[in-house]
Every structure is written in structure tokens, then in C-alpha cells.
Design a protein around this ligand. Structure first.
Ligand SMILES: Nc1nc2c(ncn2[C@@H]2O[C@H](COP(=O)(O)OP(=O)(O)OP(=O)(O)O)[C@@H](O)[C@H]2O)c(=O)[nH]1
Ligand SMILES: [Mg+2]
Length: 215
């Protein structure tokens, strides 16, 4: 697509830390952009596609691959901005994976909730939904939870290379309807083809360019 029109160049992408509690979060504070979604929806693949660093985040065809909060240290050069912008991409374990077991799921949701509710540097959450499936109960619950807690959320429809353009469009309408927000922006993405990459980088660039008004 419009690869050469990208306003953002990722200059660095490296794994920084894994955490299951506060003490393990990175010390240095930076803006954070978080990826959340059901197991196997393509969170880790999207991080690799976005940064163009192969195998930065571990991908697996088996659901339940990512089991900790993983912080990736990202540097970006934004068109028209002198200084390099440093920020974190944050990969979360997937929700809604039955085989994980109720006990483990409880522990996960506890440390994920703790992170999401207390991170002062969190900019927005990308919630990923597989374009081929109607949002499931756990997707709707997660979306509502984020909204109720005033966490900005961008819905991304993943694996768009797996179905045709028309099917993608009707699926996106269905996602909006099921989530109950007709005017919602849903970004179609394919990590395989890097489609949606330029658009997501633009959203990230705008958010990095914003100065911290409260400070
Ligand atoms: N065709 C296609 N396959 C994809 C895409 N994104 C991810 N996949 C595949 O989907 C599977 C799961 O991808 P992951 O990125 O590991 O998913 P995840 O959401 O991180 O999964 P957990 O860590 O288990 O929560 C892998 O087999 C990927 O190759 C995509 O855009 N297109
Ligand atoms: Mg993963």
C-alpha cells in the first residue's frame, strides 16, 4: 500500500522487560501503547509488523503464548520532529483462553487490571478482534471495562488478509454493532501484508507529538 508515505520511521525496537507485578515495570517512564485481545488474535504479530523487527515479540499458532506483560523499547523518527521519540509498546497475555485454567486466568486478569488501571503513562489501548469472528462475550466485556475506566481504546480488526475486502467491511460493521458503538473507528490490519501499519503509526505519531499538558 502507501508504504513510502509513512510519516514515522521506527529506528529501534528491542525487548526490555517482562512483568507480573509493579516492581517489574521498567524504571524509565515513557509513553505506553498497549495491545490487548483474545489469545491468538495476533497481538505479538502486530508488534512485529509495526516495528518491522522480526521475532521481536514471540508468535505462536498455539494460543496462550504470551504470559507476562512484555515491554518493548521503541524509538521513532517522526516527520517534522527533530528529536527521536522513545516510547514503549506493551504486549499482554491474551484473555478468553479456556485451556489456561480458571485459577491462572484469575491471576492474569489481576495483574493485567492492576497494570491497566495504574499506568500513568498509558496513552491508549489497541484492542484486537479477529476480523473473521463476531466479537465474543469476553471482547465485549473487555471493551466495556476499558470504556468504564476511561481508558482510550482503538479497535483493530486483525488478519484481514484472510478474507476479501467486502467481507472485511461487513465484519467491521458487525464489530461496531456488537460493541454497541456505531460511530466507532475500527482499523483493519494485516500483519502478514503490513496493511494498516501506516494508519496505526499515524495514530501513534499524533499521540507522541502531544505534549503532557498536566506537567
Ligand atoms: N494470516 C495472518 N495470520 C496472522 C496474522 N496475525 C497473526 N497471525 C497468526 O496468528 C497466530 C497467533 O499470532 P500471535 O501474534 O502469536 O497471537 P497473540 O495474540 O500474540 O497470541 P497470545 O500470545 O497467545 O495471546 C500465529 O500463527 C500468527 O502467524 C495476520 O495478520 N494474518
Ligand atoms: Mg502473544
Amino acid at each position: 500500500m502507501s508504504e513510502n508515505k509513512e510519516r514515522v520511521i521506527i529506528t529501534q525496537g528491542k525487548y526490555l522487560a517482562s512483568a507480573v507485578k509493579k516492581e517489574q515495570y521498567p524504571e524509565e517512564r515513557r509513553k505506553e501503547i498497549v495491545f490487548i485481545g483474545r489469545s491468538n488474535v495476533g497481538k505479538s504479530s502486530l508488534i512485529n509488523s509495526l516495528t518491522r523487527v522480526r521475532n521481536l515479540a514471540r508468535v505462536s499458532s498455539q494460543p496462550g503464548k504470551t504470559q507476562t506483560i512484555n515491554f518493548y523499547d521503541i524509538g521513532a523518527k517522526i516527520e517534522g520532529v527533530e528529536e527521536r521519540q522513545d516510547f514503549y509498546l506493551v504486549d499482554l497475555p491474551g484473555y478468553g483462553y479456556a485451556k489456561t485454567g480458571a485459577e491462572r486466568r484469575k491471576i492474569w486478569s489481576k495483574f493485567i487490571n492492576e497494570y491497566l488501571l495504574n499506568s500513568e503513562d498509558l496513552q491508549f489501548v489497541c484492542q484486537l478482534i479477529d476480523v473473521r469472528h463476531e466479537p465474543m462475550k469476553s471482547d465485549v466485556e473487555m471493551f466495556n471495562w476499558l470504556v468504564e475506566n476511561n481508558i482510550p481504546v482503538l479497535i483493530i480488526a486483525t488478519k484481514c488478509d484472510k478474507i476479501g475486502k467486502n467481507a472485511v467491511n461487513s465484519s467491521i460493521s458487525r464489530i461496531k454493532k456488537t460493541l454497541g458503538v456505531p460511530e466507532l473507528d475500527v482499523l483493519p490490519y494485516s500483519s502478514l501484508k503490513n496493511e494498516g501499519r501506516a494508519e496505526l503509526l499515524d495514530v501513534i505519531a499524533s499521540c507522541l507529538a502531544e505534549t503532557d499538558e498536566e506537567e
